[in-house]
Design a protein around this ligand. Structure first.
Ligand code: MOS
Length: 750
């Protein structure tokens, strides 16, 4: 094994397909989730949810609930402890502008499903039973939950949120160019509201340690966010709050922000001075954040050869009354295609719902579905092949960011390698031209794009006298493989076996890292871990040089390699000393370092960084039944250096499967009279299951990028972006029906 400071080309674990280091713990049940941690005197909270969407609570009667043996206390807004909401307007690390939702704050109802009481009992079943006995009277007002009905109330979001780029100012003359264009298209596009529904529902266990101290296990994508939230809201000292989430059963964005069960569990634990767990039920997963729908219009003006002359993309998204949630919906159109006359607008409209939240590739799933469907329509309007059309409008500069060049953009390789693997050249573009028995066959494609980001992140590395290494930080592995890739990076940097490295995550006692989101964790935590390990390596090297008769005495750091637990002279195998020997000779029993990984300002000043993909889909549509089978997908991805082809492929597979959900199945349906989601369970909210999934082929094309020392761009989100458009385009090719309102259900096909 050879690992050097200067080369990622000679590494051994990085770049190779490694199984998850946390896999055995997960499949044997050793991995514990937030709702599974116990404490000797653990009490259980059950949330009572509002049955109206708007109005106020006029009366509360908890007598029957409190009379149930085993019930400890019922919390409502009437008896909420004064220690709750000491900081009424605390905004967590990823909060949009506004005043965050405050559970049990007062008698006002903001949305259907709002928590209005917490029943705490000795066991969960008792709490649930008693919760059904809590009587609440309401004065209901008529809710507005329909984005379409709120269209005229839409406004430009007040200020930009961290990481959310507002649309750029229009450029050129979009209207005039549209009027003059020989080919014109203008259509509306819409995506259903989707709920994240990770396998693990939200739960928080607050362990009361006495003396004002708490250990909290929370379903959160970054424990630092929960810690900061609890400290501010309850006026606690951060040092008295240890927040952990060693494992997460998925997040998809639903765990980016602390949710109300965390607040309620802490409120009860503080008041009762005992440990409390609040676990939400599956149907309560519809009582907070979700992917908002968006009303979108795209107008394209083009020459007859497909060259874009005018591009307009307008979107209106929903938000709550208390926060201005926003996401990047329309910018992607300007990022993807070269055009001299462009207008992109984005507004939001207040609804009587909870605040929407980031859901895997927030905004991009929505906006790219629209632009990539519109581009397919343009391909048909001009008779140009969909790939050729995209190449004719290709840009290697980001027009939405002062025309900066992309740091790398191997999208053309995605097109060519994906097309080759899929067999695109054999496609007859004529709709309804391909058939197999009673099924129409359709082939469609689309482009995917996602921002490649990096965040400031800490990490530590500790090398012990026995040659074992520990690395880690506070970020969460939401199922993405973070434990594994950090172990690979650490092992390579110090020339150790992966078995000799332990990665620790999800603990506020570890160096602070941002939430696991935005596909930035590999770049951010990976860089920090590598830097901490390099620091330790340098310390070991200095000790090795100081040894008596050291074979490294006159060798510079840049001439050694770390390999097989040893420091050796490059090109001179065997000449060197082991890390353990160096430490022993130096009389130290551990070497440790804490490092920060930070975005490269020079790079970011000069370049824009995005990941790209080309998705190819084959559908088979039963004409009589209207049933769509998605029989083949090829997703070709350009995401810089691939640290671990195995976990990377899994990320893309998961993204594609969620894209299939968007395209064909997922839809949270509101009854607008009640302002209430009707299908709040996995029986009626359909997600793809094994029977829906056929062949998914993932290709990683070669791409070199220099945004960070690892050359990684992130993979958590790119797999979903564009997938729904590829499927919708395939459905058009199969059936001749252009469906612009997802999901594509049987009723829309027939
Ligand atoms: Mo992702 S929506 O940034 O967890």
């Amino acid at each position: 094994m050879v690992a050097t400071f200067s080369s990622t080309g000679r590494d051994t674990f990085v770049g190779s397909p490694q199984s998850r280091v946390d896999g055995p713990a997960k499949v044997t049940g050793l991995a514990k989730y937030a709702g599974e941690f116990a404490a000797p005197d653990l009490a259980h909270g059950y949330v009572v949810s509002s049955t109206i969407a708007k109005g106020s609570i006029t009366a509360v009667d908890t007598a029957a609930a409190e009379a149930v043996p085993g019930v400890i206390k019922v919390f409502t807004h009437e008896n909420r402890p004064r220690t709750a909401w000491l900081n009424y307007n605390y905004q967590d690390a990823v909060a949009p502008p506004g005043a965050p939702f405050r559970a049990l704050y007062d008698d006002k109802i903001h949305y259907s499903g709002q928590p209005v009481a917490l029943v705490v009992a000795e066991d969960f079943e008792t709490a649930r039973h008693a919760a059904a006995l809590v009587k609440l009277d309401y004065e209901a007002e008529e809710p507005l939950t329909d984005t379409e009905a709120a269209r005229d109330l839409a406004y430009v979001p007040p200020k930009k949120r961290n990481g959310i780029k507002p649309p750029p100012e229009p450029w050129g003359d979009p209207e005039g160019a549209y009027d003059r264009a020989p080919v014109k298209l203008s259509q509306d596009y819409r995506l259903a509201i989707e709920h994240h529904n990770p396998m693990e529902p939200h739960a928080s266990t607050v362990v009361f340690e006495g003396d004002g101290k708490y250990t909290v296990y929370d379903k959160i994508q970054g424990v630092s966010n929960s810690q900061g939230y609890l400290a501010s809201v309850f006026g606690l000292n951060k040092d008295d709050l240890r927040v952990m989430n060693p494992y997460l059963g998925g997040g998809f964005g639903s765990g980016l922000r602390p949710q109300y069960q965390l607040f309620l569990a802490m409120l009860a634990a503080r008041e009762l001075e005992r440990s409390v767990r609040v676990a939400l039920t599956r149907d309560q997963m519809w009582s907070f954040t979700y992917r908002p729908d968006a009303l979108q219009t795209i107008a394209l003006g083009a020459d007859r050869d497909g060259a874009l002359r005018s591009l307009r993309h307008d979107a209106i998204g929903g938000t709550s009354h208390f926060e201005d949630y926003q996401e990047v919906v329309v910018n992607w159109s300007g990022v993807l295609y070269k055009c001299e006359n462009v207008a992109l607008t984005y507004k939001i409209a207040k609804l009587d719902t909870f605040t929407p939240g980031d859901m895997r590739a927030p905004g991009a799933v929505t906006g790219v579905f629209a632009i990539e469907t519109a581009m397919d329509e343009l391909a048909y309007a001009t008779g140009v092949d969909p790939i050729e059309l995209r190449l004719r409008n290709f840009t290697d500069h980001d027009q939405t960011a002062q025309d900066k060049p992309f740091g790398s953009k191997a999208l053309k390789s995605c097109f060519s390698e994906g097309a080759e693997r899929f067999g695109w050249s054999r496609r007859d573009p004529e709709p309804r031209s391909m058939r197999e028995g009673r099924e129409l066959v359709g082939w469609g494609m689309a482009t995917g794009v996602w921002e490649s980001m990096m965040m400031q992140s800490g990490a530590h590395a500790i090398l012990s006298a026995d040659g074992k290494l520990e690395v880690g930080n506070s970020t969460g592995d939401i199922g993405t493989g973070t434990y594994t890739i950090l172990t690979q990076i650490a092992a390579d940097t110090l020339g150790l076996a992966m078995e000799d490295v332990t990665t620790k995550l999800g603990d506020t006692r570890l160096p602070e890292a941002p939430v696991a989101g935005g596909s930035w964790t590999a770049a951010s935590s990976g860089t920090a871990v590598m830097k901490a390990c390099r620091d330790v390596a340098e310390q070991a090297f200095r000790l090795a040089r100081q040894m008596e008769n050291s074979p490294l005495a006159n060798v510079d750091l840049d001439r050694v390699v770390f390999t097989g637990g040893r420091i050796e002279v490059a090109g001179d195998p065997g000449r060197g000393v082991s890390l353990v020997e160096a430490m022993r000779a130096g009389g130290v029993d551990r070497l440790e370092a804490t490092a920060q990984g930070a975005p490269d300002k020079d790079f970011n000043d000069a370049y824009e960084a995005y990941t790209h993909s080309a998705i190819f889909a084959e559908v088979k549509v039963d004409e009589e039944l209207g049933q769509v089978r998605l029989t083949r997908v090829v997703s070709a991805v350009a995401a810089g250096k691939i640290l671990n082809p195995k976990t990377a492929r899994s990320q893309i597979l998961g993204g594609v499967v969620m894209g299939i959900g968007s395209a064909l199945e997922e839809e949270s349906m509101l009854d607008h009279r009640l302002g209430r989601f009707m299908n709040h369970n996995l029986g009626e909210y359909h997600v793809p299951v094994n029977a829906d999934i056929y062949d998914i082929d993932v290709i990683f094309v070669d791409e070199e990028d220099k945004a960070n020392p690892l050359g990684v761009k992130g993979l958590g989100e790119i797999g979903i972006v564009g997938t729904a458009a590829a499927i919708a385009n395939a459905v058009y090719h199969a059936t001749g029906k252009r469906i612009r309102h997802l999901p594509i259900t049987v009723d829309k096909i027939l």
